[in-house]
Design a protein around this ligand. Structure first.
Ligand code: SF4
Length: 200
């Protein structure tokens, strides 16, 4: 990522940044804001239930407002039922495995198509900041779609490096942000509820 940034000079290319929630957006924005004209792409129909989806989106908007971010947010209509059609059959696969790789790809492929249709220069995602997300896989998928849409470059990122995750925690505390207890889908939600029950 740093190599690409240093090759930009004074240009500010258009970057479509897939974003899943406010907390994961914090540090990526700090790294990218001076180098790109950023549009956020919120296409997270994986999140269940709807109230949780709305809460994550509202926290993202609140944070953007609080830091005065010069940014547009494109919000894809929520359709959890349709989104989960091909994820639910993989519900017995442990979190972090092929079920999640499909979930990354569904959102990234959609983001890439939007970026291509709307003449963006780059696509990236904030997801790699999470300790539970596989940054190699996210970048592998990004490069796959760069080959399909060669006019839109994938911006390689692993935002958890250089203590990115720990730094994001400081911002989350400072802004009293809601920090979710599970990844997003109904499968991860059920696992969270089960764990809560067992700990009581
Ligand atoms: S656990 Fe997270 S990444 Fe995996 S399928 Fe569910 S929402 Fe997607």
């Amino acid at each position: 990522m740093l190599d690409i940034i240093s090759s930009l000079g004074n240009n500010k290319p258009k970057l479509l940044l897939h974003v899943c929630c406010g907390p994961c957006f914090t540090i990526p924005y700090e790294y990218l804001k001076d180098h790109f004209k950023i549009t956020l792409y919120f296409n997270n129909s994986n999140i269940y239930p709807y109230e949780e989806y709305k809460r994550r989106l509202d926290e993202l908007k609140r944070y953007c407002f609080e830091i005065n971010a010069d940014i547009d947010i494109v919000i894809k209509p929520y359709d959890n039922e349709k989104y989960m059609e091909d994820i639910l059959p993989l519900k017995d696969i442990k979190e972090g495995g092929t079920r999640c790789f499909l979930c990354y790809e569904k959102r990234l492929s959609d983001a890439y198509k939007f970026a291509y249709d709307n003449n963006f220069d780059f696509v990236s995602s904030v997801m790699s900041i999470s300790r539970y997300k596989n940054a190699d896989k996210i970048n592998e998928i990004g490069y796959k779609y760069q080959n399909i849409y060669p006019s839109v470059k994938w911006l390689y990122a692993d935002f958890k490096k250089e203590n990115g995750y720990e730094k994001s925690k400081e911002i989350i505390l400072k802004h009293h942000m809601y920090f979710q207890h599970y990844c997003g889908c109904s499968i991860s939600y059920d696992e969270y509820l089960k764990k809560e029950k067992n700990e009581k």
